[in-house]
Design a protein around this ligand. Structure first.
Ligand code: GSH
Length: 217
């Protein structure tokens, strides 16, 4: 059965692939599962019909028959559980990859989102510069730790996994901040991921929503 996901009708990121439907699109492309997309406006997201799918009135959601999911991490995990390609078969290696999924969303994403929210909502406050310095330091601390662990490896723990997929979508939120520049191995990790054919297809598809043009090829 073809799943249906939701995505922004008008993404505030203007097609940069930062909205969290990108994670789901990328995971579906990695495993070769076709999918449909239902675009929702900000108004629709807060209506009862969408809240029945997503209690917090957000995107992405995932519907497949009578299964309805929200939370991008849970959706990517479901896709990885149902298809080969995003989690190793070996139980120990699989647990390791799942650990990186949680690390991406629970440990690395929060300071990055805190910083992002401050740049959007607090930039006109008199204490903004001071706060940004503190938030930058928190992000740098996590990047330093992640950079040390990744070292010269291509992926976080063996083969590319759902853990890498989520981690890269989290790191991409720093684009334009300059914060990744101090960690060349993390920059290369993101670039290596963006070069994956599945990533490119997902990116082009979500960009096509913004441009209104069907993806080339
Ligand atoms: N933890 C959720 C976060 C979902 C989320 O923040 N979605 C954003 C788009 S990336 C959204 O719908 N924002 C609009 C809103 O909250 O009103 C997930 O990973 O799915």
């Amino acid at each position: 059965m073809t799943p249906t996901i939701t995505a922004f009708e008008q993404s505030p990121d203007r097609g940069q692939g930062l909205a969290r439907d990108m994670r789901v699109r990328w995971a579906l492309e990695e495993v070769g599962q076709p999918y449909d997309v239902r675009l929702v406006s900000f108004t629709e997201m807060k209506q009862p019909a969408h809240r029945a799918l997503h209690p917090f009135g957000q995107i992405p959601t995932y519907e497949e028959g009578d299964l309805a999911l929200f939370e991008s991490g849970a959706i990517v995990f479901h896709i990885a559980e149902c298809h080969a390609g995003l989690l190793p078969d070996d139980a120990k290696a699989r647990a390791g990859a799942i650990t990186w999924m949680f690390a991406a969303l629970n440990t690395v994403e929060p300071p990055i989102v805190d910083r992002e929210m401050a740049t959007i909502l607090e930039h006109d406050k008199p204490w903004y510069a001071e706060r940004l310095t503190i938030l930058d330091e928190r992000v740098r601390a996590r990047l330093g730790e992640l950079s040390s662990r990744l070292g010269r490896a291509n992926w976080l723990d063996g083969a590319f996994s759902a853990g890498d997929l989520l981690m890269v979508t989290v790191l991409r939120r720093l684009g334009g901040s300059g914060l990744l520049d101090g960690y060349p191995n993390l920059g290369a990790y993101v670039a290596r991921s963006e070069a994956r054919p599945a990533y490119k297809r997902a990116f082009q598809d979500q960009l096509a929503v913004f441009t209104g043009q069907p993806p080339a090829g």
